[in-house]
Ligand binder design. Structure first.
Ligand SMILES: Cc1cc2nc3c(=O)[nH]c(=O)nc-3n(C[C@H](O)[C@H](O)[C@H](O)COP(=O)(O)O)c2cc1C
Length: 198
């Protein structure tokens, strides 16, 4: 009998279905936390504005010292800017393939700039970044935190590309898109890193 479907044909038909299924939003918090992984390869599909807002709302729901919310978010869809950053940031080459990126930056004029408390901007922006990454995972998107602060040359490159004033410091650049591959999360559980104080 003539074979109707070869394995290659089956994969061809199944791939869009698998991709569509992986784009379905997940809501269980533990599933999302444990499924999150750095995604560095994307399709060329653009990310809808509603999903961008959902990620930013999640980011801004993060806790901050004295509730100062010392952050700004730069949503980059401009191809030239994405390519410029890909060229200048040593570990963010994937920006040249990503349809967009978000830069999380700290505003060092929030609070008292002469008090050591001002250093909390990086912690606050990190909490926002993790929320954003979890939201991306929940929305079926792929994203990765690429480091900018505290590397002086990277901070200068991003500040220059976005024309940031000196009191706005970029913490990271997060390329975001629909995952090209089926990336898997790492299991990092290590009981030896837990010390109970009883
Ligand atoms: C502060 C920070 C800086 C990072 N910088 C980069 C980077 O420049 N480029 C990159 O590809 N990944 C970067 N990562 C992602 C890590 O490589 C990644 O989180 C780690 O390998 C664990 O993998 P996972 O995110 O899939 O769990 C960074 C992550 C953090 C938290």
């Amino acid at each position: 009998m003539k074979k109707l479907l070869t394995p290659g044909m089956l994969l061809f038909f199944m791939l869009p279905i698998i991709q569509l299924m992986s784009q379905q939003p997940q809501t269980d918090v533990f599933t999302v936390i444990h499924e999150r992984k750095s995604v560095r390869q994307y399709t060329d599909q653009s990310v809808p504005a509603e999903k961008v807002e959902t990620m930013l709302r999640a980011a801004m729901a993060a806790p901050t010292a004295r509730n100062l919310q010392p952050w700004q978010f730069f949503v980059i869809t401009n191809r030239q800017v994405l390519d410029q950053l890909a060229g200048e940031l040593p570990y963010a080459k994937m920006l040249s393939q990503a349809p967009m990126a978000i830069v999380v930056a700290g505003d060092t004029q929030k609070g008292n700039p002469n008090d050591e408390q001002v250093l909390n901007w990086a912690l606050d922006c990190s909490a926002a970044t993790q929320n954003l990454l979890l939201a991306a995972e929940a929305l079926g998107l792929g994203a990765v935190w690429t480091g900018v602060y505290p590397y002086k040359a990277r901070v200068a490159a991003v500040s220059n590309a976005l024309k940031l004033p000196p009191h706005i410091i970029p913490l990271n650049v997060i390329p975001i898109g629909y995952p090209l591959m089926d990336d898997q999360p790492k299991d990092k559980w290590d009981a030896e890193k837990v010390k109970w104080v009883e």
